[in-house]
Design a protein around this ligand. Structure first.
Ligand SMILES: *Cc1c(COP(=O)(O)O)cnc(C)c1O
Length: 414
């Protein structure tokens, strides 16, 4: 009786989904969970249903939702000063960048806001470095990128995307980018010309479906870049900050790229905070007036970013990610090969790829959602699992139970 009455009316979620669909540009197709509350690895929708977050806002919430230390730092800062612009100094920026440099092993950083801005900044730095230090002929600089890359959504960046969903009808596309297959060192070396200034690469291609290159790829790329005087630019926006079981994914290869692009979890799940890390020599090409951002390096972002790094250190999240990631992968590997053709991951950046027989991933994602686990398919047949790194072993057991049940239930009926 009661159920019938409820059914005839729209749920709060349905109402809000309807509202969003009417007024928000349709550039996303969200899973229908309308979230209004969160804590740690958990989120709640407006109808009170609780879910485990296994996406972490694409790895921007590595420290967990509403981490008390990060929220505390934000609250304290909000009561003092939030935005100064870089027309003036502020009392947080130096401390924050010092912390970021200590944490990453770099000398200098240029603070920005979103990941795409860090990528754009990296491109500008590499080009200027090319003209000033490598003496590349004016306006001839080339940057090598990889097939199936994801570096963000600006016009320049989508101009060198190989994903038609990203680039179609956003041209004309900028010159100066050359594409090579991901994971192929021979192709990289062949593509280098005297005008090559940088090689821009994700250590693991997250958006492409957690594509892990052959062991030693980044190390090999580093050697090739050194040999030809080309900057290795690692996009660690998704793989950085303990996601793959080390503070940065490049650490697995025991190398130090020339430039590292960071974002996402640097903002502790609170606000966009990004940066380009590099040596003093390279980043010094950003002379006064040549680059900037109204919000980049603002005191609120800096206070949040400092706390976000401290949490990673205090809670040893890289080690946790390494251990629990291996545990999660081990469990996922027990799923039938009839359904899952590949399980791959590094740390808690994990993906499963369905067999042709199992078909598209979306139906499994929806089943998991019904059972209280939020994940998102990437492309048609892959699901990425990237929970906040504060997840516990028992919670991974719980997640695995939901994943297994959801897939098996549907698969057996196919
Ligand atoms: C998310 C992401 C970006 C873009 O970051 P935004 O903050 O969305 O602009 C760039 N590179 C990689 C590898 C990413 O995962």
């Amino acid at each position: 009786m009661h159920l019938k009455f409820r059914k005839s009316r729209m749920s709060k979620s349905d109402e809000l989904i309807k509202l969003e669909s009417e007024v928000v540009s349709p550039n996303y197709a969200p899973i229908p969970a309308v979230l209004s509350k969160a804590e740690g690895i958990w989120v709640w929708d407006v109808d009170g249903k609780k879910y485990m977050d296994c996406l972490s806002a694409y790895s921007a919430v590595n420290q967990g939702h509403l981490h008390p230390k990060i929220i505390g730092a934000a609250e304290d800062q909000m009561k003092r000063i939030t935005l100064t612009s870089r027309a003036f100094f502020n009392d947080q920026l130096g401390k924050f960048v010092q912390k970021l440099c200590d944490f990453s092993g770099f000398e200098m950083a240029c603070p920005m806001n979103t990941g795409a801005e860090a990528v754009e900044t990296g491109i500008k730095v590499a080009r200027r470095w090319g003209y000033w230090h490598k003496k590349v002929e004016k306006d001839k600089a080339e940057i090598i990128v990889c097939q199936e890359n994801f570096h963000g959504r600006t016009t320049t960046i989508v101009g060198f995307s190989t994903d038609p969903d990203s680039f179609t009808d956003f041209g004309p596309y900028p010159a100066g980018f050359v594409t090579v297959p991901f994971g192929d060192l021979e192709a990289l070396e062949k593509a280098i010309t005297p005008n090559t200034v940088g090689f821009l690469v994700e250590p693991i291609q997250g958006e492409a479906g957690v594509k892990i290159p052959p062991t030693g790829y980044l190390k090999g790329a580093h050697e090739i870049c050194k040999k030809h005087n080309v900057l290795l630019i690692a996009d660690e926006i998704q793989t950085g900050f303990a996601r793959t079981g080390r503070n940065f994914c490049f650490e697995h290869d025991n190398i130090k790229p020339d430039l590292v692009l960071v974002g996402k979890a640097l903002g502790g799940g609170v606000m966009p905070v990004s940066a380009v890390l590099g040596s003093k020599e390279i980043l010094s090409v950003l002379t006064s007036g040549s680059h900037g951002s109204t919000f980049g390096g603002n005191p609120l972002a800096c206070a949040v970013g400092t706390a976000a790094i401290e949490v990673l250190e205090d809670e040893k999240l890289a080690e946790k990610s390494s251990e629990l990631g291996a545990y999660f992968v081990e469990k996922l590997e027990t799923l039938s090969k009839d359904m899952i053709m590949d399980v791959r991951g590094k740390g808690l950046l994990i993906a499963i790829e369905f067999t042709e027989k199992a078909g598209k991933a979306k139906k499994y994602v929806m089943a998991m959602k019904e059972k209280g686990l939020l994940a998102k398919q990437t492309h048609d047949t892959i699901i990425r699992f990237a929970p906040p790194l504060v997840i516990k072993k028992e919670e991974i057991d719980l997640a695995f139970g939901i994943i297994k049940e959801s897939i098996e239930e549907i698969f057996t009926k196919l």
